[in-house]
Design a protein around this ligand. Structure first.
Ligand SMILES: CCOC(=O)c1ccc(CN)cc1
Length: 327
């Protein structure tokens, strides 16, 4: 059946956590449409590493089974990572249930995960070809659930500093306005990748030549990482915007009024609200603010939580497409 859970932004909308029940144990996890491993903090980790975290205890689950000899090792774009061994268990997300789901048990996690005590790990929702388990690659929760879901979809409804929803198996049309604009997804990269070749600023004339012209929908990335041409075009319209090498990106006066960004998603222009591009002050004085739109020099572009705060997104694993609408 379908399943729906509330998600909650961590402080500063850095990431969005939602409850996942594994073998009867409910833990909060980071739903990540930009990766394909489900890994958890668990009782194999040291007490120091576990301090402050919830943890999955396989010994307490009557349905846990070890996958002997299986291991995982994953590293993310921000340099963080995790590694360990693997078993299977029953996973239930708001009622959507998979038996025999690969549960990757971290025995090593990088610092940013240790300090992020509200998160018990990640649930990857990209394509299973990116899963890192060896010797036998494993499937994502969504892949395993597809055949039993009423509709082959999951949806992301992420909000600024407010609860939202992750839903499996249904599209709740009360969560967005107007029709969903659907675009085909190129699954070759293993990401939810689509064409994004144009942008406009504050309703101005669109540019139509973004180099590479590809982007992925990634709920596990905090910001929106776009081609330099988009970043330059956007911040040229923001008084006092500078590339601030010290803090590692574009900053502007917190008093600045930020224009909306219109961005191409498979031929339809989606809007990212200017307010959401004012991400956070860089220090306690609250004078200088850090942009939610930043540059990436690698392809594809990464449309993270900044994009999702203005746009409801439906991920269709039946026909490999993305549906986008303002919310
Ligand atoms: C704040 C701690 O979170 C992470 O380090 C983190 C979360 C998600 C991903 C996957 N994009 C990578 C690192």
């Amino acid at each position: 059946g379908a399943g729906s859970v509330a998600n909650t932004p961590e402080a500063g909308d850095v990431e969005y956590l939602a409850p996942v029940t594994i073998g009867g144990q409910t833990v909060n996890m980071d739903f990540d449409s930009g990766s394909s491993d489900l890994w958890v903090f668990n009782t194999q980790l040291s007490l120091n590493t576990l301090s402050g975290h919830m943890a999955y205890n396989p010994a307490q689950s009557s349905t846990f089974q070890l996958l002997p000899g299986s291991t995982f090792s994953i590293s993310y774009g921000d340099g963080s990572g995790a590694a360990g061994n693997v078993g299977t268990d029953t996973v239930n997300i708001g009622g959507a249930t998979v038996t025999g789901q690969a549960i990757e048990l971290a025995t090593d996690v990088s610092t940013s995960f240790v300090t992020d005590t509200q998160s018990t790990g990640l649930i990857g929702l990209a394509f299973s070809k990116l899963n890192t388990v060896k010797p036998v690659q494993q499937k994502t929760f969504f892949d395993n659930a597809l055949a039993t879901l009423p509709e082959p979809v999951f949806t992301a409804d992420l909000r600024h500093n407010a609860a939202g929803t992750y839903e499996f198996g249904a599209i709740d049309s009360t969560k967005f306005s107007g029709p969903l604009a659907w675009t085909p997804v190129n699954t070759t990269s293993g990401f939810w990748q689509f064409t994004s070749q144009a942008f406009a600023v504050g309703g101005g004339a669109p540019s139509t030549s973004v180099p590479g012209g590809q982007a992925i929908a990634d709920t596990g990335t905090t910001l929106m990482l776009a081609d330099q041409s988009v970043v330059d075009g956007y911040y040229s319209q923001v008084q006092g915007a500078v590339n601030n090498a010290t803090v590692g990106g574009v900053t502007f006066p917190c008093s600045a009024t930020l224009p909306d960004l219109q961005i191409d998603v498979g031929g339809t222009m989606a809007t990212v609200r200017g307010d959401d591009i004012n991400f956070a002050p860089v220090d306690q004085t609250g004078t200088t603010c850090f942009g939610g739109l930043q540059a990436t020099t690698v392809q594809p572009q990464i449309y993270g939580d900044i994009f999702f705060k203005s746009n409801f997104v439906a991920f269709n694993g039946g026909n490999n497409s993305l549906g986008v609408a303002p919310h």
